[in-house]
Design a protein around this ligand. Sequence first.
Ligand SMILES: *Cc1c(COP(=O)(O)O)cnc(C)c1O
Length: 438
Amino acid sequence: MTLDETTSQSLFERAKQVIPAGVNSPVRAFGSVGGTPPFLISASGALLTDADGNEYVDLVGSWGPMILGHANPRVVEAVQEAAGRGLSFGAPQAGEVTLVEELVRRVRPLQKVRLVNSGTEATMSALRVARAATGRDLVVKFAGCYHGHVDALLAEAGSGVATFGMPGSAGVTAGTARDTIVVPYGDREAVRALFAERGQEIAAVITEAAPANMGVVTPPEGFNAFLAETAHAAGALLITDEVLTGFRASSEGYYGIDGPAAGADGWAPDLMTFGKVIGGGLPVGAFGGRADLMDLLSPLGPVYQAGTLSGNPLATAAGLATFAGLDDAAYERLTSTSASLQSLVAEALTAAGVPHVVQTAGTLFSVFFREHPVTTYQDAKDQDTAAFGRFFHSMLEQGVYLPPSAFEAWFVSAAHDGDVLDRIASALPAAARAAAAG
Ligand SMILES: *Cc1c(COP(=O)(O)O)cnc(C)c1O
C-alpha cells in the first residue's frame, strides 16, 4: 500500500464504493458540515489521531461512552484480561450479574434489568414490554427526542434524523407510524389533551430523560414527574430513555437530578433504558425498571426478547471497569471541565458577536447557534447551521474535533485536563470569527 492509500480522503473514497455514504452511522459522513471525515487510527485520553497523522482534542467521545477518556488503562486491561478467557459464551457469566447489580445499585427505579447490545435494542424492548403489560398499542414520543432507529420511534426524531432534516424514515409501515403519536417537547397541554382523548389506548410515553439529541434541552421543572403522573392516571407507563444521560448527566443519570430526593416519595419511571456509558465503548445497552414488568420477559413471561451476544464477557468487563473509574472525583472533574468549556465557548462567541445559547443537563451541554433558548424541536431547527459549519471546520483545522452537527451534545471526559482546555481555548477565537464571517 502506498501512503496515499491510507489517507482519510482515499479511505473515504474506498468506503463510499462499498458502504452507503462511506459510513456505518449517518452523522459520521459530515453531510451537514461538508468535507471529508477524518478516519481515525487511535485514541488516548482526550486525544484522537487520524490516518493523516493529525491529532485532535476529542469532544465527541464516541457520542458518550468514553467518559473516562480513550484507552483508559484500567478499561483496556479489563477487556484484555476478559478476552484471554473467551470472547463470548452464549451462556450466563459472572460479569453480567456484577454489571446489572451496579446499575441497580446506582439507579433507584431499577429493580430488574436485562442487558442488550445497543440503545436501540433497549428502547425497542422496553416498548414491547410496555405494550404487553398494558395490552395497548399507542406510544407517545416527543418531537426532537431520539430513541435509536426503532421503527416506531423514528418519527420526528433527533440525532441524525434532525441533522438531515428528515420527518422520519422511509421503510416504516403506515401501521407502525399510526401507533406513534408525536407531541411537542415540554408541552403539558398537548399531553393532557392527548390523554383526555386517547388515554385508554396509550401503552407508554417515552421521553429522553433530558433531550440531548436535538442539542441539549433542559426539561422544564417537574416535566418528567408530570409525565409519570399523567401516564399512570390513564393506566399507561412512562419510559425514560437514559441511553445518553445515564451516568453522564450525573452519577445517577438525569434521574439523579430530577428524581425525588433520596429516600423521599415521588415519581419514578416504570421502565428506563441505558447504553453508551454502561459499555465503556463496547456494544452494550440495558433496559429495566419495575420487577413485575421485567418479569413479563421470556422465559418467565410471554414477551420474547433475546440476544446471541447479550451480556458478553468483554462488554461487561468494559462496562464494569468504566464504572470502577466513575467515582465522585470523576464526576467533580466532569462537572468542572464541562463548566469551564461552556464559559470558554460562550466568551469566544460573544467576543465575535455570534448569537448563541449554551444549554445544560447536568454535566451535559450543547451550543445552539441562535439568540434565544431552545425549548422545542422547532426552536432547535431554527438555528444558524451554516455558522455552526464554519465554526466546526475552523475548530477541526485547529485540532479540535466537535460533533459534526449543530444538533448534538458536546462530550467531555474525565481525561480532559487543563492542557486540553488550553488547546481548545486557543482555537476558539478564530473559529468564532469564522462563524461570524457568514
Ligand atoms: C444513542 C441513543 C440511543 C440509541 O443508542 P444506540 O446504541 O446508538 O442504538 C437511544 N436513545 C438515546 C437517548 C440515545 O442518545
